[in-house]
Design a protein around this ligand. Structure first.
Ligand code: ADP
Length: 465
């Protein structure tokens, strides 16, 4: 993976961690604030009992507030309202059984399972509460008021480690905040925020980061793949061009050497009159090979630079085939090629560039010859089918591998096989043939089997009988 993706991924991961910490921090503070506020509300309620104890005890007969007691400095009972309780040793122990966690105004103690004492310190007043009733009538309504769809509250009694109230099922495996109530330290208030928008935001950010990183990785992998393909193509092209130069040099050298040799022999005057024609023929045929090679390169350069000019006119296809065959006759005879020529004489003219038609036939014939080493049979055919005119070149040569079939029209492409290594060529012939066929609105097709032979079929759409 490339460096930028790695950096972005690490950065996004760290950001996600940071987000997670921020969200947890905010959530924690939110829960702490809520806890504080609920504690405050309960404390206010208890404080109000001190000032209103007489009336509450009087009016609410069956109230959770059982008794109010005024103490002197030593802690002995001075006066009381409601039930009279004997606290005995309990009151004398200054703060001994009172919770230190209470606020500076209220101190809490508990003398048995059912009674809770709140001490309004330092005024030395006591309230004695019925725990169960206080829980039901005072605490739970406060919790009820403070909870909603997203805030879950529960009460747990620490001494027995049991949840004694929960509005909905409290999910203790998820994140929650827990702390004792000021007025009743044995009771833990548990708060949880569900469907939290912050949590959703964090999750959304996390998902978004994952999607962004994945997309980046995909895009970068794709870019790297494209880069690699372009690089490979460029490398291949440069190799093909180097081969091309070597092949062209060879293609030039061979005919030039033959022409020179034959011309020198003739110049020496040692050739008998009746054999001179053979020498002239070799010179002409080699000159034609050179012309073909030069035409191929010039045509490629013109097509490549978009400067090729086409002159479309009526062309006698059969005549062109016969002309090219006549040019090649000596060569074909000398190399032992059997040929079958089947021309449909009802075809008069096709509409195309005459020079291109010659080049097309020459190229296909040249290839049929070049790539036939053992079986030297060639069939050239013209025919009509489904309102089209066809030119077909068939050989029984080496054939083309399936994997190469789609590549043979690429400029400079030459299949990599032993026969191709012995046979020189520019790799431009078929790419030119395809361009020229396309230019006159035709189509080229190839059918080939390795070691069995190849058929090139060209379809011309514009023609007259
Ligand atoms: P070249 O100058 O190499 O012949 P072409 O463009 O004419 O270039 O052909 C491209 C490649 O297609 C050849 O190198 C050869 O591998 C393959 N090919 C073309 N014609 C034939 C054929 N008749 N039989 C076998 N292979 C062929």
């Amino acid at each position: 993976m490339s460096l930028p993706v790695l950096i972005i991924s690490i950065n996004t991961f760290l950001n996600a961690q940071e987000d997670q910490e921020i969200v947890s921090d905010v959530q924690n503070r939110q829960l702490q604030n809520l806890h504080f506020s609920i504690n405050q509300q309960i404390r206010e309620i208890v404080l109000s009992y001190f000032s209103d104890a007489g009336r509450i005890i009087e009016e609410r007969k069956n109230s959770f507030l059982l008794s109010w007691v005024k103490l002197d400095k030593d802690g002995s009972q001075l006066e009381h309202l409601g039930a009279n309780y004997s606290f005995g040793e309990f009151l004398k122990q200054e703060d001994g059984k009172f919770s230190k966690e209470a606020t500076n105004q209220i101190k809490i103690g508990s003398i048995n399972d059912s009674i809770l004492i709140c001490r309004n310190y330092p005024k030395n007043e006591l309230l004695i509460l019925d725990k169960d009733k206080f829980l039901r009538n005072e605490l739970i309504p406060v919790l009820f008021l403070n909870s909603n769809e997203s805030i879950q509250l529960a009460l747990k009694q620490s001494s027995v480690n049991r949840i004694i109230y929960q509005k909905k099922e409290f999910n203790s495996s998820a994140f929650y905040f827990e702390e004792a109530l000021w007025v009743w330290p044995d009771i833990q208030l548990m708060i949880q925020i569900s469907n939290n928008s912050l949590e959703e935001l964090r999750q959304w950010k996390q998902t978004r980061s994952i999607v962004v990183i994945s997309l980046l990785i995909i895009i970068l992998s794709f870019a790297m793949f494209l880069f690699y393909k372009t690089y490979k193509k460029e490398k291949e092209l440069s190799r093909l061009k180097t081969d091309f130069v070597a092949n062209v040099s060879h293609e030039l050298k061979t005919p030039i050497a033959l022409i020179r040799m034959n011309a020198e022999t003739l110049e020496l005057g040692r050739v008998k009159e009746e054999k001179k024609n053979n020498y002239y023929r070799v010179i002409i045929s080699e000159t034609e090979r050179l012309t073909h090679l030069i035409n191929t390169i010039l045509n490629f350069s013109k097509i490549d630079s978009g400067k090729k000019k086409y002159v479309f006119q009526a062309v006698d296809l059969n005549e062109k085939v016969e002309l090219v065959l006549a040019q090649y006759e000596i060569f074909l005879d000398k190399n032992g090629f059997q040929r079958t020529v089947e021309l449909d004489k009802s075809i008069q003219n096709i509409y195309a560039d005459p020079n291109d038609i010659t080049e097309i036939i020459l190229n296909l014939l040249d290839n049929a010859v070049k790539y036939s080493k053992d079986e030297k049979r060639i069939r050239i055919k013209t025919f009509k089918k489904d309102k089209h005119v066809f030119l077909e070149m068939k050989d029984s040569g080496s054939g083309i591998a399936d994997k190469d079939l789609s590549l043979i029209y690429e400029p400079f492409f030459r299949a990599e096989n032993p026969l191709n290594q012995q046979t020189k060529g520019t790799g431009l012939g078929l790419s030119l043939v395809k361009e020229m066929v396309n230019a006159c609105g035709g189509k080229i097709e190839v059918m080939s089997k390795l070691n069995e032979g190849t058929i090139f079929r060209i379809q011309f759409n514009n023609w007259s009988e």
